[in-house]
Design a protein around this ligand. Structure first.
Ligand code: ZN
Ligand code: ZN
Length: 258
């Protein structure tokens, strides 16, 4: 399995440990023709991309593309804000991005007090190794599902990282709306049984990414590859490997509406 494009990568513009130039240089070194820089979205209270820095971010990406001959998509990994599926991005923002990822991150400006509390419960439960059930799972599943339904999200990142949702329900919704499900190379977020269920019971399609926060990890999908082999995910369900590139929902949306 060969990665065509690493579509989930961070730099110092959010919580990465390197510059745009360093990630681009590494992509060239690896022979990766396309990457996407996908900083945490504006509503993250600690390390979200700053609106006032967006222009510089885009300019640096354009410069790095020229310098290294690597295609770099201007992406964002927005923060899922709550059960209503409210996006932190407006249509005006859509015009400024090529790729729209969404994931759960604690310390975002959540919709309501209940969503805020759910975020912390998920974070603490995950880090204490608990398996939380009940209303929390219902709420978080609803937040994922409504985010996918209401917004042209290209990819849902690391389902169940620091949160607890019904991954099968989320994947079903992703399949219905043309949003990809991520198999992460950073950490194994699905159990093998969960991933197997998604493969067998839904028509969801996948992207594999590094979620690299430093150049050393760019293009590193080893953990995902191991799980894909264990579970037997058909490689033709993964759209950013072996020369394939994904059909992006945001791009389609922009063609029709902007
Ligand atoms: Zn994330
Ligand atoms: Zn990320």
């Amino acid at each position: 399995m060969e990665l065509t494009a690493d579509l989930h990568v961070h730099t110092k513009y959010s919580d990465g440990h390197c510059t745009v130039d360093e990630q681009a240089a590494r992509a060239k070194e690896l022979g990766l023709k396309t990457i996407a820089l996908t900083e945490h979205g504006y509503s993250h209270l600690i390390f979200g991309l700053k609106r006032k820095e967006k222009e510089r971010y885009t300019r640096e990406i354009e410069e790095a593309e020229q310098k290294y001959g690597v295609k770099i998509l201007v992406g964002v990994e927005e923060n899922i804000l709550g059960r209503q599926g409210t996006s932190e991005l407006s249509e005006r923002d859509y015009a400024e991005f090529d790729l729209f990822l969404a994931g759960f991150h604690v310390m975002s400006a959540h919709e309501t007090w209940r969503d805020w509390r759910n975020g912390w419960k998920g974070y603490l439960g995950y880090n204490l190794g608990l398996h939380l059930k009940g209303r929390l799972v219902k709420d978080m599943t609803q937040a994922y599902v409504n985010t996918v339904k209401k917004n042209p999200v290209d990819l849902i990142t690391h389902i169940n990282f620091q949160c607890f949702a019904d991954s099968l329900e989320v994947a079903k919704c992703c399949a219905d709306y043309g949003t990809y499900v991520e198999i992460s190379g950073k950490k194994t977020h699905f159990t093998d049984d969960e991933l197997s269920d998604i493969v067998q019971k839904t028509s969801a399609r996948f992207l594999v990414n590094s979620d690299a926060h430093a150049p050393e990890r760019l293009g590193d999908i080893a953990l995902a590859e191991e799980q894909i082999a264990r579970v037997g995910v058909p490689l033709d369900r993964i759209d950013n490997v072996d020369g394939r590139m994904p059909v992006l929902r945001l791009a389609e949306y922009k063609k029709r509406h902007l």
